[in-house]
Design a protein around this ligand. Structure first.
Ligand code: GLC
Length: 530
């Protein structure tokens, strides 16, 4: 089996509005990312996935694309993109772009033409007459609240949008749409993109008859409106796998490129996105750690089930946080976030790290006047806002944490003078030092980057597993609890030495017959036959 870069490398996810501002407008940009490549090399990640930076009216902060082959002036220009790619490649980084094929911006020229019924583009989007009894064509709801249909006075029809009314869905059943979008992929692949994370890939094909979605009997008031219905006919249609395979075939026209799909589905249906004979996504994003309760046995069970369900030859992957879900430290607390980092970086498969998690950024309170996320503004009071996980990166204790020279678009954490790269890189016990040490260990030990995975016996708050590659053998023991724990070393185990603790100490300690772990501590153990 060939060893592609994305199997062994760690992916670092950058939300470009919030990584580094280079022109003093309070919003991050591509030149800012270019200037921080030294940091990323020091940290030890291998690939950078950059959320959308294309021209956009920013109703959904770039996930509403008005031109697939450009760069929004707020983020830079195509020339700056080229220099970012050149510099990143020169340092050995891969660049993964965010491809948003399900919908365009309402301002995209295709939609303007479609709306006006000109240029034969009417059928590039999903237009329907209203229901005979009045109102929208069916009961489908938009992800950010309200009906998924908006009426267009001029043409007397409704158009479909799975997200905001400013994000009309493309009609992927139209071969012309497919061709145009595949050309977009080729445009960026020729410009040096090493891969794509495909936004809401599960949504591309909808039920042909647009049947109503069934009601969700488990919905309770206080949950987002979209959850009132089961997305049975609006997403995860069996024909979507054909489209994913076509996308994959476009990538295969180039050398060693990566296709990732954003997929929030139960495990079996998510795994189907590897495609028949692995003709689909290389990595259907595995969000199980984002969704699971933080309980050692539950996490152990899901890892085992995932490992067992993977098709022959499929490569696993793991994600802990992203720009749509509360950060890991906000969910499980800062102490457990270290355990989570150790888990993410010692499981089998490609890990995706979210910028700022290495600083242990947790929940950031967003004052009402500073809320920017359209979902939070449309469905207030439900706690669906995504601003807390999108706050600026904190570099040092100078003004605005050196993210910008002016007030950033979202607030910093209140403790930014201490919670920043400069301070934390000097502290061997910081979460930043831990993440760096774990990335270093992944590179240094084939057991961690390539080895097999097997769960070991443990109980209560402990999760133990081993990774083996030839004679390189590591055992990982994680304490998911806030009390000290003992782990009886299996009698068959070879001599064990602590290689790494989440607390930044104990390196070299020889493990006696019983390993003692402090509260919220995880360790990587070196197992030696001699
Ligand atoms: C994806 C993105 C999210 C965006 C949505 C609509 O889920 O990750 O940020 O709002 O798609 O494009």
């Amino acid at each position: 089996m060939s060893e592609s870069w994305w199997r062994t490398g760690a992916i670092y996810h950058i939300y470009p509005r919030s990584f580094q501002d280079s022109n003093g407008d309070g919003v991050g940009d591509l030149e800012g990312i270019r200037r921080r490549l030294d940091y990323l090399a020091w940290l030890g990640v291998d690939a950078l996935w950059i959320s959308p930076f294309y021209p956009s009216p920013m109703h959904d902060f770039g996930y509403d694309v008005a031109d697939y082959c450009g760069v929004d002036p707020v983020f830079g220009s195509l020339e700056i993109f080229d220099s970012l790619v050149a510099d990143a490649h020169a340092r050995g980084f891969k660049i993964i772009l965010d491809f948003v094929p399900n919908h365009t911006s309402i301002e995209h020229p295709w939609f303007r033409e479609s709306r006006a019924g000109k240029g034969g583009k009417r059928d590039w989007y999903i237009w329907r007459d209203g229901a005979p009894s009045g109102g929208p064509p069916n009961n489908w709801l938009a992800h950010f609240g309200g009906s998924a249909w908006t009426f267009d006075e001029a043409s007397g029809q409704y158009y479909y949008h799975a997200f905001l009314p400013e994000q009309p869905d493309l009609n992927w059943r139209n071969p012309k749409v497919r061709e145009a979008m595949f050309d977009v992929l080729r445009f960026w692949l020729r410009r040096g993109a090493d891969g794509f994370r495909v936004d809401v890939i599960t949504h591309l094909i909808k039920d042909e008859g647009l049947r109503d979605n069934p009601h969700n009997p488990a919905w309770i008031s206080g949950r987002p409106e979209i959850e009132q219905l089961l997305q049975m006919h609006s997403a995860d249609h069996p024909e979507v796998h054909g489209v994913v395979a076509e996308m994959r075939a476009v990538l295969e026209e180039f050398d060693d490129r990566l296709l990732i799909g954003e997929i929030y589905l139960p495990m079996e249906r998510m795994i189907a996105y590897y495609g028949e004979d692995l003709s689909g996504a290389h990595l259907p994003f595995n969000f199980q750690l984002i969704e699971a309760p933080w309980i050692a046995s539950a996490i152990g069970d899901l890892i085992e089930a995932y490992e067992a369900a993977l098709p022959e030859g499929a490569w696993p992957n793991w994600v802990l946080s992203n720009h749509d879900r509360p950060r890991i430290a906000a969910r499980v607390g800062e102490a457990q976030a270290r355990v989570a980092a150790m888990l993410l970086l010692t499981l089998r498969g490609s890990p995706t790290l979210y910028y700022g998690d290495e600083l242990g950024i947790g929940d950031v309170e967003i004052p009402p006047g500073r809320i920017r996320d359209p979902w939070a503004l449309r469905e207030p009071g439900l706690g669906v806002g995504r601003d807390p996980e999108r706050t600026p990166m904190q570099w040092d204790s100078s003004v605005f944490a050196a993210f910008s020279t002016r007030e950033p678009w979202l607030p910093l954490t209140p403790d930014w003078p201490k919670r920043n790269v400069a301070e934390m890189s000097a502290d061997p016990a910081s979460p930043l030092s831990l993440v760096r040490a774990l990335l270093d260990a992944r590179r240094a030990h084939r057991s961690l980057s390539r080895g097999s995975w097997r769960r070991l016996e443990s109980c209560g708050d402990l999760l133990a597993y081993e990774r083996i590659h030839e004679d390189d053998h590591k055992i990982i023991v994680l304490n998911f609890g806030a009390a000290a724990q003992l782990w009886p070393v299996p009698t068959t185990a070879p001599k064990l030495t602590i290689a790494l603790s989440t607390h930044g100490d104990r390196k070299g300690e020889v493990v006696p017959a019983t390993l003692s772990l402090r509260a919220d501590e995880g360790v990587v153990l070196d197992a030696r036959k001699d």
